[in-house]
Design a binder for this molecule. Structure first.
Ligand SMILES: NC(=O)C1=CN([C@@H]2O[C@H](COP(=O)(O)OP(=O)(O)OC[C@H]3O[C@@H](n4cnc5c(N)ncnc54)[C@H](OP(=O)(O)O)[C@@H]3O)[C@@H](O)[C@H]2O)C=CC1
Ligand SMILES: O=C1OC[C@@H](O)[C@H](O)[C@H]1O
Length: 382
């Protein structure tokens, strides 16, 4: 308990380290809620990262955000931010439906991009972004922070060790209690902003299933949406069943607002990943926010069970209090510096993600999230 409190206090107040002579300068697009946890606090403890600028649609809002988070420069608009000579990297934490346009604009301006998940509204946009980044010789990485965390690496290590035999099936869920995380008028409820539970949370459960199996799905056998009452194109929840090679199956359940029991009792959030193998199973709890608290329960069919926790890897950089975002930043900066990152989300991995997200919507009888109308300079309409 004391460990948990100490770790979480340090997560919120990381040590501010001295910066190198020429750190990577990040600019944040929008006064995004996720900015402090995913970018601002992690940068404080990295000697080669500094958050230099922010822009919001409303300058007063950007000023207040900059003041609260000690960001020195406030720019007048998103367009000014991506073009600013005061930054090298754009952190794009805009609503999903704006990821394509503003990542393309940042690339046009010669900036690298740390791009929030899901990288785009659909696979067509994802392919265009990564093609353009390659042409411009710039780095774009989709910010799947949970994949950088040592506990998930440990789960995979146990699977790959063969201790429990071959993987047979995977079950994972990520469900949010209604009225907690999503704000009123949250962009996740809007089709034009590429909302929906599969976009918001299904991307995590899909990526974990692909990572654990070291494979891509071969088919979706079922996708059932629980529609949002005000717009049935938005999946409030989705159950998806994937077939993977060698008969492995993966079922995922995601929900951005689990309805209260009996109409008024809040339903607790869910966040688990269970890997069933020939000779036992592994249950990883807390995969989406593992730095707050997690546990890895290993239950062989014969012999004693055990629980592991991995807040810090046995090899490579890390601290008990590093968040998944801080581990991600470490890799991202390594890549910018031309070093081999410990973990990386490749363009191919991101594109495949969006292809299976598209396939999930189609299987559920829902339309793909709309493609951006933005046309980059000298580029083509998608
Ligand atoms: N990695 C992670 O753990 C998480 C990732 N995310 C991802 O980050 C992104 C942002 O999520 P989150 O921070 O929760 O989002 P917010 O609701 O805070 O929105 C982010 C910003 O989007 C801007 N914005 C621009 N246009 C619109 C519009 N039409 N409607 C609403 N907002 C608009 C707002 O900017 P302005 O300030 O200019 O008004 C706002 O600050 C998403 O892609 C999400 O999937 C979110 C949460 C966790
Ligand atoms: O990425 C995310 O992770 C945590 C959730 O609370 C949030 O809705 C989502 O965007």
């Amino acid at each position: 308990m004391i460990d948990l409190i100490a770790r979480n206090l340090k997560l919120k107040n990381p040590p501010i380290v001295e910066k190198d002579e020429r750190p990577w300068r990040f600019g944040i697009l929008g006064a995004a809620r996720i900015g402090p946890a995913a970018m601002i606090r992690p940068a404080r403890s990295h000697p080669r990262a500094v958050v230099t600028a922010v822009a919001a649609r409303d300058k007063e809002k950007a000023k207040a955000y900059a003041k609260e988070h000690l960001i020195p420069l406030v720019l007048d608009s998103y367009a000014d931010l991506v073009k600013s000579s005061e930054i090298d990297v754009v952190y794009n934490a805009l609503p999903n439906g704006l990821h394509y346009e503003w990542t393309m604009r940042a690339l046009e301006a010669g900036k690298h991009v740390l791009l929030e998940k899901p990288c785009t509204s659909n696979a067509k946009e994802a392919k265009a972004i990564f093609k353009y980044a390659q042409q411009k010789n710039l780095i774009v990485m989709e910010a799947y922070h949970h994949r950088f965390y040592p506990a998930l690496h440990r789960v995979k290590e146990i699977v790959d060790s063969g201790e429990l035999g071959k993987v047979q099936s995977i079950y994972s869920d990520l469900c949010l209690t209604a009225g907690t995380i999503l704000v009123k008028d949250d962009f996740r409820w809007y089709y034009d902003l590429a909302g929906g539970a599969t976009m918001d949370l299904g991307v995590y459960t899909l990526l974990s299933s692909r990572y654990i199996t070291s494979a891509d799905p071969v088919e979706i056998t079922e996708a059932t949406s629980s529609p949002y009452a005000k717009d049935s194109r938005i999946d409030r929840a989705m159950v998806t069943k994937f077939a993977f090679p060698s008969g492995v199956t993966a079922e995922t359940l995601v929900d951005i607002a689990i309805p209260p029991s009996f109409g008024f009792i809040p339903t607790p959030p869910r966040n688990s990943l269970t890997v069933k193998c020939e000779h036992g199973e592994i249950k990883y709890l807390g995969a989406a926010m593992p730095h707050l608290f997690h546990s890895i329960n290993v239950k062989p069919s014969k012999g004693p069970s055990r629980t592991e926790k991995v807040y810090k890897p046995k090899d490579g950089p890390g601290e008990e209090w590093w968040s998944s975002y801080r581990y991600m930043l470490e890799s991202f900066i390594d890549k910018l510096d031309g070093k081999e990152p410990k973990t990386w989300i490749s363009p191919e991995e991101s594109i495949t993600q969006m292809e299976w997200i598209d396939a999930t919507y189609l299987k559920a009888g829902l339309p793909l999230r709309p493609t951006s109308k933005y046309v980059p300079e000298g580029g083509e309409t998608l």
